[in-house]
Design a protein around this ligand. Structure first.
Ligand SMILES: Nc1ncnc2c1ncn2[C@@H]1O[C@H](COP(=O)(O)OP(=O)(O)OP(=O)(O)O)[C@@H](O)[C@H]1O
Length: 576
């Protein structure tokens, strides 16, 4: 485990310093106990000899003072080490996060990642210090005491010694049981975290359905499962705990019996017998503490593995010599297929080409693969087979950041940061001038929104942009696309009805985006106006291209596109 632990922290300096100090304290504690032997020997003679005891008493007093001073120093070092370790581990995890395929961030993974970055990192670093310190004491005090006991009487030393391997085998076993139990419980806890995120996001739907306070069935099941696993885990741990305590009690009883026998036999003096019993008690007591800490060590095993597993998630493969410039804005899919894990292909043999300066509308029933196509173009993940080309090159050849710089993505569900509108817009281009911001806002019809808001550009939008309506958030996202001046724009048009003002504003903004010469626009379209304005339509069905052509051709063909077009018209009560 030590190797795994050191693998997590590039700079474990403070923890090493803490461990060394705790080791010195533990050995000192054992030696202080050992100093009892010459002191008792001198004082428990028929004629006590204070002179012989004095140097040991003085050494003992100095030892106690040093122990006290070191104890004062070690506590703040422990706190600092714990804090530093958590910070380092979080940095490593967050750094790794930026290398993962964007497609990895589904709600289950998000729940697990949030737990890893928050509670797992905090618990690992806390256990290393809060439990690691006592573990060092619980091992080194008995080892030092054992050496002293051997020096007093080898037979008594031997009795204590044999308890060690028995206990260590049991501890090892208990630690493994603990790891398994913690893993079992953590699986349920991760499920709760994932469900909690989903539960938070689904509040509007749940409340509308009258389940706002009772929660989803999945959430209730996850909580019940966690409770069940917790109770069953405690039952699994109990036998190991009881048997280790039994071995410790047996070790002490045996030492007591052997000391009495040696004392009666005249092979052991009274002073040594008293000292050995004190030493035996101090030998076994920390081992008893160790049995109590084994649970935390089992948890540490599991948590270290969890953090390590997150750090081992394969990043998006990077080209050995990535291309750092995208020339051209043509987008092409050549016989592309992609399956999410263990499922039917979401996209199956899809081929089409979007020329610069044109708008392509992607249409299809729900689940037909439209979103997956746009994710493949932005390289959220790599195609299983076939090729996605941007500017005439396979997207895998590019440095991913370079590729993303060329793209602007307008999601349906736009996430805004809990800061001002201006900051949210500047995300697209931090060095944009005031005039450029204003122009982008005007083109995206965001200027009307900004004018209405109490603090204008300085209005705080709330977490996720909650202070703005869906249409207004999408306008911010479109304004980002204008500001970024990206030559390729991927838009997921809002499927749900926007209010007429937002709908008109978003439609006008999309047309303006598409009007820019040389820009390639790919829009997942749900509105008749957007569909009719497109240069070509790709109609998907079950992950395959069902129809490809101009909107007029496909209307005339009377197939899937025509059917969907009429549905969209009816949904909006709109007639030509
Ligand atoms: N993260 C995911 N994990 C597993 N399967 C997924 C994931 N995302 C989508 N799918 C599946 O892939 C298929 C295509 O989904 P996709 O979201 O691309 O379709 P869509 O046409 O955009 O649907 P919609 O119009 O409802 O958004 C569907 O069967 C869907 O269930």
């Amino acid at each position: 485990m030590l190797r795994q632990l050191t693998g997590l922290w590039p700079r474990p300096g403070l923890l090493v310093r803490f461990a060394v100090l705790r080791a010195v304290l533990a050995v000192l504690q054992g030696l202080l106990l050992g100093s009892l032997v010459p002191i008792l020997r001198a004082l428990l003679r028929p004629e006590p000899d204070l002179g012989a005891a004095l140097p040991w008493l003085i050494a003992g007093a100095v030892g106690v003072l040093v122990h006290w001073l070191l104890g004062i120093v070690v506590t703040p070092i422990g706190f600092a080490a714990s804090n530093e370790l958590a910070v380092q581990l979080r940095h490593r995890l967050m750094g790794h996060l930026t290398t993962l395929p964007l497609g990895w961030f589904d709600s289950d993974h998000k729940g697990r990642f949030v737990r890893t970055v928050t509670s797992v990192t905090t618990t690992i670093s806390r256990i290393c210090v809060v439990v690691g310190g006592p573990v060092i004491t619980s091992i080194l005090v008995p080892v030092t005491v054992l050496a002293v006991t051997f020096a007093v009487d080898w037979r008594l030393g031997l009795v204590l010694l044999v308890t060690l391997p028995v206990l260590f085998v049991m501890l090892h076993h208990a630690r493994r049981t603990n790891t398994a139990v913690v893993e079992d419980i953590e699986v349920a806890a991760n499920e709760i975290a994932g469900r909690a995120i989903e539960y938070g996001q689904a509040q509007p739907v749940l409340r509308a359905a009258g389940h706002g306070s009772t929660g989803t069935a999945a959430m209730r099941d996850a909580l019940a499962e966690h409770r069940r696993r917790y109770a069953s885990g405690l039952n699994r741990l109990l036998p190991a705990d009881l048997s280790m305590n039994a071995v410790i009690a047996a070790g002490f009883a045996l030492t007591l019996a052997l000391s009495a026998w040696l004392l009666l036999d005249g092979a052991l003096g009274v002073a040594d017998a008293v000292a050995v019993l004190v030493l035996a008690a101090r030998f076994l007591e920390p081992l008893g503490t160790l049995t109590g800490l084994v649970g935390a060590l089992g948890a540490l095993d599991y948590l270290v593995e969890t953090a390590g597993r997150t750090l081992r998630i394969t990043p998006l493969p990077a080209a050995a010599d990535p291309v750092r410039e995208v020339t051209g804005s043509e987008v092409e899919l050549r016989d592309v297929s992609y399956s999410y894990v263990d499922s039917e292909p979401a996209v199956d043999g899809v081929s089409f080409r979007c020329l610069p300066g044109t708008t392509t509308a992607l249409v299809g029933p729900s689940g037909s693969g439209k979103t997956t196509v746009t994710r493949l173009i932005a390289r959220f993940f790599d195609a299983g087979s076939g090729q996605v080309l941007v500017g005439g090159r396979d997207v895998r050849e590019y440095d991913h950041a370079t590729l993303l710089e060329r793209l602007a993505i307008v999601f349906q569900d736009v996430y805004l940061f809990d800061t001002t509108i201006e900051e949210n817009l500047r995300l697209a281009r931090p060095d944009a001038t005031e005039a450029e911001l204003a122009a982008a806002a005007r083109s995206a019809r965001l200027d009307e929104v900004v004018e209405r808001l109490p603090d204008g550009w300085d209005t705080l939008v709330g977490e996720g942009g909650a202070q703005l309506s869906g249409g207004e958030r999408q306008r911010v996202s479109i304004a980002r696309a204008f500001l970024k001046r990206a030559p390729i724009v991927l838009i997921d048009e809002a499927a749900s009805a926007l209010d007429p003002e937002n709908e008109a504003a978003v439609s006008a903004a999309i047309s303006e985006l598409a009007a820019e010469p040389g820009r390639t626009v790919l829009v997942i379209a749900h509105r008749p106006t957007t569909l009719e304005a497109a240069d070509q339509v790709v109609a998907l069905d079950g992950g395959r291209v069902a129809e490809l052509g101009t909107p007029a051709e496909l209307r005339q063909a009377g197939g899937l596109y025509d059917r969907l077009f009429r549905q969209y018209e009816q949904a909006r009560g709109w007639r030509i």
